[in-house]
Design a protein around this ligand. Structure first.
Ligand code: ASP
Length: 315
């Protein structure tokens, strides 16, 4: 007998409701049970056993570190259960790529953890959530699936590459440079390569058990944009406010406004960790070797922020 699929609800537009067929809605209204109960085909896609649990019911624009702590802990517990084959997380689209990256960074990768979302609420004339959720369960039940994935509009994305690239269209996510890891169509999962790549450094969830991860406050890491007219005011204010790390969303290939640079040097002298990411939506900046600051390893600014917080948690 196959292993069960666990669905963890967190809210989002996929659980949103409003006037039937109308454009306005409020995210995160349906419970995880209501959402799953409205799609009978999920049970068959899961291979006969499905467990539903609600971790949060929020609009993901309001995601908090506390919800992330809870979600990561619940994932870790379910992944350690031999009767569980995979996890599906229903989530809002706004911060989906951040949650995917956080989970990728901390969870073991031997079983799939698949994020599902929707651009239209459950009460839309033609909602996209039910199909996205069914597709996510199909992927989670697939024998080759592993690691943290996102399934949206028939495409399977990996946690590192996935990004929301459009504010409205149904196919709002892309895997940027890498292209999707695969596709899912009517229950048929096709991988772009022989199998989805396994994360290079498999994690075992130790960080999740560390006091720093479960502490009420995480290291404070902020993102600052380098743009025409930039100066060091924000950087100096963050340092004065006790920030632990700063990610700069730099222009182009990691270039910084000259007026930001002096402020960043002051920040580093004050003990603040600085990482440089690119504000370009695609591509990976060349490694920075000749400066006081480091590059963010090609991560987007929001993902670089998560990695730096996790780095700063390490003893
Ligand atoms: N604001 C919503 C959320 O992120 C948008 C969505 O789910 O599409 O929860």
């Amino acid at each position: 007998m196959g292993r069960k699929i666990v669905i963890l609800g967190t809210g989002g537009t996929i659980a949103g409701t409003g006037p039937v067929g109308g454009n306005s809605y409020t995210a995160a209204q349906l419970s995880a049970e209501q959402l799953v109960g409205s799609i009978p085909a999920l049970m068959q896609a899961a291979g006969g056993e499905l467990q539903v649990e609600e971790v949060a019911r929020i609009d993901s624009k309001d995601m908090t570190h506390a919800v992330w702590q809870q979600l990561a802990q619940r994932c870790l517990a379910h992944l350690a259960d031999d009767t569980v084959g995979g996890i599906v997380i229903t989530h809002g689209t706004d911060t989906l790529e951040e949650t995917a990256w956080l989970l990728h960074e901390v969870l073991p990768a031997d079983k799939p953890v698949v994020l599902a979302c929707a651009m239209r609420p459950a009460t839309a004339l033609c909602p996209d959530g039910p199909q996205n959720l069914l597709d996510a369960v199909d992927v989670a039940a697939h024998p080759q699936a592993c690691g943290v994935l996102a399934v949206v509009a028939g495409s399977i994305h990996g946690a590192r590459e996935v990004a929301k690239v459009h504010p409205q269209r149904l196919d709002a996510f892309a895997s940027l440079d890498g292209g999707p890891l695969g596709w899912v169509q009517a229950g048929d999962v096709r991988w772009a390569h022989a199998a989805p790549p396994r994360p290079a450094a498999p994690r075992h969830g130790e960080l999740l058990l560390a006091p720093a991860f479960m502490a009420p406050e995480w290291p404070r890491v902020e993102i600052v944009l380098s743009h025409a007219g930039s100066d060091g005011m924000l950087i100096d204010a963050l340092v004065a406010g006790g920030v632990h790390g700063i990610v700069v969303a730099a222009t182009g290939n990691g270039t910084l406004h000259e007026r930001l640079q002096a402020a960043l040097r002051r920040a580093i002298a004050a003990g603040v960790a600085v990482r440089i990411a690119s504000r370009c939506g695609e591509g990976c900046i060349s490694p920075i070797t000749d400066q006081a600051w480091k590059d963010a390893g090609g991560l987007s600014p929001v993902k670089a922020r998560i990695r730096l917080m996790l780095e700063l948690m390490q003893p």
